[in-house]
Ligand binder design. Structure first.
Ligand code: FAD
Length: 460
């Protein structure tokens, strides 16, 4: 008789948990997973996928404007309810596929909440069972949060509710400067909602390249988003005419909806980590080593709950590395260098590698190549849209350290740039690639002149 009910128990059937459960089961291990909401987790149900549908829906308004200058006359009307129904049908289909794939791999699914009672045993909340497992994987993800101490915060929503609003507001205030805030501001603005983005910092997208941040702010303002920087909410007042956001810089904005996208926290609440003896970092994330192992030998954690790099493909790669290590006797760790990321703003951002500031810090002197231009598609229109592309190069060995794009299809382009940069491509090798004409991407391989930022040019 085996000592435990399962070889592996996974808590959370999101991006990381589902992949880990399936891969472990495929090695012949007896695997179970608990999921308290829909299978698929944040990405499938209330993150990447529904958000991208919303970006697609929203971007049509821009395309209709462009279409007009090509001789098309489109009478467009957007139906929010119709869109939500179509989106929800697809999300349910995807969640069903994830569930079916777990079944096909032989994973037992408990559709309920799991909680540690001791390091090897977990309580299952609905079926009132206690199960035991030799290894446990914590893959419980993260949750958005609102500032509890803000008066009137109960009137505000987070991204979770934004996917299911009963109707589109006429005016919205989106609070935050991270990618989720910027993406939702773009979504609402494109759908015709009068949109204000409020951020307490000096510019949006902290951590991104400064030229990207400045360029994107300019571009989204051109698309009609009002960007208020250096402002923090003091109160949200409910009035007959709407919600009044009072900021500490004296600005007041009235809207029909306020959405907070000011960050996410690792979701460990009520998980019984004390009973299991699992330690947290001061940030609240589960502390793990580079193999995703916690301080308890047989308990592991991957994905957003560890707050390392909170992206779906990263959670999946951590899951793969975990299975190699824990079930295939092949210790593996994920390499977090040169992970490409995107902001599905309108226009979008694609980025990989170091920002200019990071590269200067690491290398001292660096070479920068930068280009700004009008994409061909909008040259027939009066829309003043600009693409920005930037390469950051180490002059000592000519290695490309970072690539940054703001413009149509930036995310698609950066995926491929990332292959070359991950492989260690040099600028001469990059330049040896022949351009593909006429495309936006060709500019990436034809940037020859070094760019000297104005502040450095003045110093030289
Ligand atoms: P999750 O996918 O969050 O899964 C955790 C699961 O655990 C959840 O289903 C939860 O219900 C379950 N759970 C938690 N506690 C328990 C418990 N005690 N018992 C049972 N079940 C439990 N990433 C990208 O790469 N690209 C994007 O474009 C992108 N867009 C995003 C947009 C938004 C609005 C948000 C919020 C996130 C976005 N992300 C994006 C991030 C991405 O969704 C996450 O990085 C990814 O889902 C993390 O996967 P995970 O497995 O760690 O956790």
């Amino acid at each position: 008789m085996p000592q435990y009910d399962y070889d592996l128990f996974v808590i959370g059937a999101g991006s990381g948990g589902v992949r880990a459960a399936r891969l472990a089961a495929m090695t012949g291990a007896r695997v179970a997973v608990a999921e308290e909401h829909e299978v698929g987790g944040t990405c499938v149900v209330r993150g990447c996928i529904p958000k991208k549908f919303m970006v697609y829906a929203s971007d049509f308004s821009h395309e209709f404007k462009v279409a007009k200058s090509y001789g098309w006359h489109v009478e467009a009307r957007f139906d929010w309810r119709e869109f939500l129904t179509a989106k929800d049908i697809e999300i349910a289909r995807l969640s069903g596929i994830y569930t079916a794939n777990l079944g096909k791999a032989g994973v037992e699914l408990f559709h309920e909440r799991a909680q540690f009672v001791d390091p090897h045993r977990l309580d299952l909340k609905n079926s009132k069972r206690t199960v035991s497992a030799e290894k446990v994987l914590i893959a419980t993800g993260g949750r958005p949060f609102k500032p509890d101490d803000l008066a009137g915060v109960e009137h505000a929503i987070t991204s979770e509710e934004a996917f299911h609003l009963p109707h589109l507001p006429k005016r919205i205030v989106v609070v935050g400067g991270g990618y989720i805030a910027v993406e939702f501001a773009g979504i609402f603005a494109g759908l015709g909602v009068e949109t204000t983005l409020v951020y307490r910092g000096s510019n949006i997208l902290r951590g991104f390249d400064d030229d990207v941040r400045a360029h994107l702010t300019d571009q989204i303002e051109r698309r009609g988003i009002r960007v208020i920087l250096g402002g923090t909410h003091e109160v949200i007042e409910k009035r007959d005419s709407g919600l009044l956001s009072k900021l500490d810089n004296g600005i007041e904005v009235e809207s029909d909806q306020v959405m907070f996208a000011t960050g996410r926290k690792p979701y460990t609440h009520g998980l019984g980590l004390d009973a299991a003896g699992v330690k947290l970092k001061p940030t609240g994330a589960v502390a793990v080593d580079e193999y995703s192992r916690t301080n308890v030998e047989h308990i592991w954690a991957i994905g957003d709950v560890t707050d390392r790099m909170n992206l779906t493909p990263v959670a999946i790669r951590e899951a793969i590395a975990f299975c190699e290590t824990a079930f295939k006797n092949h210790p593996s760790k994920f390499d977090y260098d040169n992970v490409p990321t995107a902001v599905f703003s309108q226009p979008p951002v694609g980025t990989v590698g170091l920002t200019e500031a990071e590269a200067r810090k690491h290398c001292g002197k660096i070479d920068v190549y930068l280009s700004r231009f009008r994409p061909q598609k909008t040259t027939l229109t009066k829309i003043d849209e600009r693409v920005m592309m930037k390469l950051v190069v180490d002059p000592r060995d000519q290695k490309i350290l970072g690539a940054h794009i703001v413009g149509p299809e930036a995310a698609e382009m950066i995926q491929f740039a990332a292959i070359a940069i991950k492989a260690g491509i040099t600028k001469p090798q990059w330049d040896a690639t022949c351009a593909l004409h006429p495309t936006i991407g060709e500019e990436m391989v034809t940037m020859r002149e070094k760019y000297i930022p104005p502040e450095l040019a003045a110093a030289e």
